[in-house]
Design a protein around this ligand. Structure first.
Ligand SMILES: [Zn+2]
Length: 125
């Protein structure tokens, strides 16, 4: 279950960016479909990893990004939560592509400290 190690890494990152003194209520992440993360499994791992830490009880919000599909037959492009769907024109499972991004989008805290916003790739300091 790779969700667990991802939850661990995420908790470490949140601990780094959470405003001092404010209890973290919610952590929002954005996950590309290529990651194959289950939101339910991810939440369970988050609860396990944050148990008895300052992040305990915080809610993990996971924004699962869809697959992008492009039909080679009719040129239609659209997004789907599942990779293999037929096009309206009858073409089967046209070219699914997706991102493998995993971004820490926002951290919400109890006392309205301005929410920490950080991207895993370009975090402030
Ligand atoms: Zn088509």
């Amino acid at each position: 279950m790779h969700e667990f190690s991802i939850a661990e890494a995420l908790a470490a990152q949140v601990a780094l960016y959470a405003p001092a003194g404010g209890r973290v209520l919610e952590v929002e992440i954005r996950v590309g479909a290529l990651r194959g993360l289950e939101p339910e499994a991810m939440r369970m791992c988050w609860d396990a990893v944050t148990y008895q830490t300052p992040l305990a009880g915080s809610n993990l919000l996971m924004d699962a990004r869809p697959w992008s599909l492009a039909c080679p037959a009719c040129g239609r492009e659209w997004e789907s939560p599942v990779p293999f769907v037929d096009c309206e024109c009858g073409e089967q499972s046209p070219n699914p592509t997706a991102d493998d991004e995993l971004l820490l989008v926002a951290i919400s805290t109890e006392d309205d400290v301005p929410a920490g916003t950080a991207a895993s790739t370009e975090a402030p300091r």
